[in-house]
Ligand binder design. Sequence first.
Ligand SMILES: O=C(O)COP(=O)(O)O
Ligand SMILES: [Mg+2]
Length: 218
Amino acid sequence: MARIVFDLDGTLIDSAPDIHALANRILQGEGCAPISMAQTRVFIGNGAGVFVARMRAAAGLPETAQTRLQEAFVEGYRDAVTLTEPYAHVVEALDRLAGQGHALGICTNKPLTPCKAVLRHLGLEARFATVWGGDSLPARKPDPAPLHAAFDALGDGPRLYVGDSEVDAETAQRAGVPFLLFTQGYRKTAVAQIPHDVAFDSFADLPGQVAALLDAAT
Ligand SMILES: O=C(O)COP(=O)(O)O
Ligand SMILES: [Mg+2]
């Protein structure tokens, strides 16, 4: 039985439509042109503050607006759940892995409040024994501290990290943990350029990939 920790945005859930809508509501209030869905996906992954900084720069707003924009973003973020869905086969994969006795957790750069809000909205909260957000500790991914904390909270057993981005790959490397890359999320570079132990296109394949990786390690 292993400890399996998941990233959230772009890995378990496609949250870009909600983040896109929230960003453009804020930008509209500023009298700015909207950002595209493609830009939104690129801006996600380093936490809310970095997302807002990238959004602000794209809109041509000054750095002095950062705090005000970030407050508006954080304020709206916990309700940004209605357009978000789990990727196909995520729920079955989680059920299957939990049924096999694996301990499941989350390590995301999304702040903890909107992270828990979207998990609750999707009925997924109870599936994870531990959840670490971008503001749970002073350091966030790619610092390995929150990933270590997530594994520590799950007890013993081999460790696996599942994510979609360059940030997740670096976090796994720095933590010394095998990395499973979901290829359909918000990565910015080619799969071959992102260090990974396994790459998978569909969560229908994840339980099999986990079993193979654990078998190979024993
Ligand atoms: O950048 C964010 O806020 C969240 O991104 P993550 O869930 O992929 O870590
Ligand atoms: Mg992600």
